[in-house]
Design a protein around this ligand. Structure first.
Ligand SMILES: O=P(O)(O)OP(=O)(O)OP(=O)(O)OC[C@H]1O[C@@H](n2cnc3c(O)ncnc32)[C@H](O)[C@@H]1O
Ligand SMILES: [Mg+2]
Length: 212
């Protein structure tokens, strides 16, 4: 272990997300480490504006806002899908494509509309377009005194259409991770937790925060 790294210990931790799917995954990934997890929603914390241009910047905005408001060390996740043929879009704007830019106020199947837009843009490249894509995840830990730590994860794969599967959340039904034929939404949660972008970032967090 790096002796300069600030460690979490076994106290309380705020999960600074307003996405129910992420909260479920993060809680499951943290379950073995004995921390008391509190959600931003249950504490009534406001959702900060994600004004950053990178996953790291937005993860830090969310973690710092929660740590300042709650006085408790906080963990945020900024994630998204980068499509090679679209020069990495939607990237940090993945949630915007699904939630605001398209169908503000309509919950539920918004991601489906956003993926329709992705499919439309891919179609402009012709039938043999490169469908490779990657999910990115940046985890930011922020302590109330301003200290922070960052962990980055990635899951390479490709896009499929139409959507398949009912597990997971968001864009899971259209993403096939590398080396598999099923979408993330057809892979049981326990298994997604071994291979996802979030799992990759968590492995680094766990090694540094809870490792020997
Ligand atoms: O900011 P918070 O409150 O955490 O919640 P959010 O949904 O706005 O989260 P982001 O800003 O990080 O945007 C990430 C987007 O990428 C999607 N996404 C992230 N991880 C995913 C995963 O494992 N499976 C499917 N979609 C995912 C998610 O649904 C969002 O639309
Ligand atoms: Mg967000």
């Amino acid at each position: 272990m790096n002796g300069n790294v600030r460690r979490l210990g076994s106290g309380s931790l705020v999960i600074a997300t307003h996405n129910a799917g992420k909260l479920k995954e993060i809680s499951a990934l943290l379950a073995p480490y004995g921390m008391k997890c509190l959600s931003a929603g249950s504490l009534g914390l406001a959702e900060p504006e994600e004004t950053g241009r990178t996953f790291v910047a937005n993860a830090l905005i969310k973690a710092r806002a929660a740590a300042e408001a709650s006085g408790i060390v906080s963990l945020a996740d900024d994630s998204g899908l980068s499509v090679a043929a679209l020069e990495g879009r939607p990237g940090v704007y993945t949630a915007d494509w699904a939630e605001r830019q398209w169908f503000e106020g309509e919950a539920g199947r918004d991601w489906y509309m956003a993926m329709g837009k992705v499919e439309g843009l891919l179609a402009e490249h012709g039938a043999d377009v490169d469908r490779s894509a990657a999910f990115h995840c940046v985890l930011a830990l922020a302590w109330p005194d301003g200290e922070h730590a960052i962990y980055e994860g990635i899951a390479p794969g490709s896009l499929t259409w139409p959507p398949r599967g009912n597990f997971g959340f968001g864009y899971d039904p259209v993403f096939v991770p590398e080396g598999r034929t099923e979408t993330f939404a057809e892979i049981a949660p326990d298994e997604k937790h071994l291979i996802s972008h979030r799992a990759d970032a968590f492995a680094k967090l766990v090694a540094e925060q809870f490792g020997d």
